[in-house]
Ligand binder design. Structure first.
Ligand SMILES: O=C(O)CCC(=O)C(=O)O
Length: 330
């Protein structure tokens, strides 16, 4: 599996160091031992997991990231782990996979969120489960909740490709209703050499995660996922700073401008007076049903904090997108 393989790996550092070196600056890292000692850690092959969790009930469907490209939200059907693995054995080309917002009790009883997930003290860490077969993939997208994510690989290998919001202008974000948070760039359809060339151009981070490893995906990052093997992961969606929580509540489906803007609040320990004042003005818009008002507020905040780092192609691409998120011209 060719990959840029440019994400550093290391044992989990002390929590302050992890925040300072990786989480606040938004730098991906693979932690090699984060869940060592937890019962889940020993289910590191499909066979071991199938033995212990054969009857665990899954919700199986088409892949949400891929279906949302077509503006669809796929129907899920219940199936045991054993039946899903049998489906994959009989139909290795299936694109059905399992995504669960609530880990089934048999799985949830095998792990606890590491304490560092709640280092910011918000007390609202959540955990999701992903299971898919070799050849499955999740189309390039970013997540709505603006949370840093720790993705733990239980068994099988998965490739994670990530790009920062500052690369959005290279990724042709789609902004039509129903396909938000999604890119028009189909990495899944590129040849290996085209793909690697594109990833270098976009400044991507790219790693194949092995069983037992945990990847830090900084919030707001674009990501594309390939299942190298039949693979199970659980993730921890970490507590956010008060500032990022407020931004997320203001715009629950963040536009590409909010995605970039929110990264300015990733280090709550070092906010400039300008960043605080921009945030105050934006939050004063409050929850509002007026989408245009909200988008304009976010664009003004984005201009105040992000525009200084634009080069010309960057500015032009964003100017085109700007028109698409606003219904009324300025
Ligand atoms: O691991 C996967 O299958 C998809 C993960 C993902 O896209 C996510 O966590 O948002």
């Amino acid at each position: 599996m060719p990959s840029l393989d440019n994400v550093p790996r290391q044992p989990t550092p002390p929590v302050e160091l992890l925040f300072e070196r990786y989480i606040r600056p938004g730098r991906p890292v693979v932690l090699t031992d984060l869940l060592d000692g937890q019962p889940l850690r020993v289910l590191d092959t499909q066979e071991r997991a199938a033995e212990q969790l054969a009857h665990m009930v899954l919700g199986v469907s088409g892949n949400f990231a891929n279906e949302s490209l077509a503006g669809r939200w796929p129907e899920r059907r219940e199936m045991s782990l054993r039946d899903y693995l049998e489906l994959v054995r009989q139909q290795p080309a299936t694109r059905d996979y399992c995504y669960l917002e609530t880990p089934p009790p048999a799985l949830a009883g095998l792990y606890e969120a590491p304490q560092l997930c709640d280092h910011r003290g918000s007390g609202d860490t959540t955990s999701l489960v992903f299971l898919g077969n070799a050849g499955n993939y999740s189309h390039l997208h970013y997540d709505e909740d603006l949370r840093d994510v720790l993705m733990f690989q239980v068994f099988g290998r998965k490739r994670y490709v990530m790009m920062p919001p500052s690369a959005s202008h290279k990724l042709h974000p789609l902004v039509a209703p129903g396909v938000v948070r999604t890119s028009d760039v189909c990495l899944q359809h590129m040849s290996q050499s085209e793909q690697l060339e594109f990833l270098r151009y976009a400044g991507a981070w790219d790693v194949v995660l092995e069983p037992g490893e945990t990847l830090l995906m900084p919030f707001g990052y674009w990501h594309y996922v390939e299942y190298v093997d039949t693979a199970l992961s659980v993730n921890f969606r970490m507590g956010r700073s008060a500032e990022v929580r407020a931004l997320s509540a203001l715009m629950p489906q963040p536009s590409v401008f909010m995605q970039a803007l929110a990264r300015h609040y990733s280090d709550e320990t070092a906010l400039s007076p300008q960043a605080r004042s921009v945030l105050g003005s934006l939050l004063a818009l409050g929850p509002t049903p007026d989408d245009d008002l909200l988008h304009r507020g976010v664009l003004d905040a984005f201009d105040a904090l992000c525009a200084g780092s634009w080069d010309r192609p960057h500015a032009l691409a964003f100017a085109a997108l700007r028109g698409q998120v606003l219904r009324q011209p300025r």
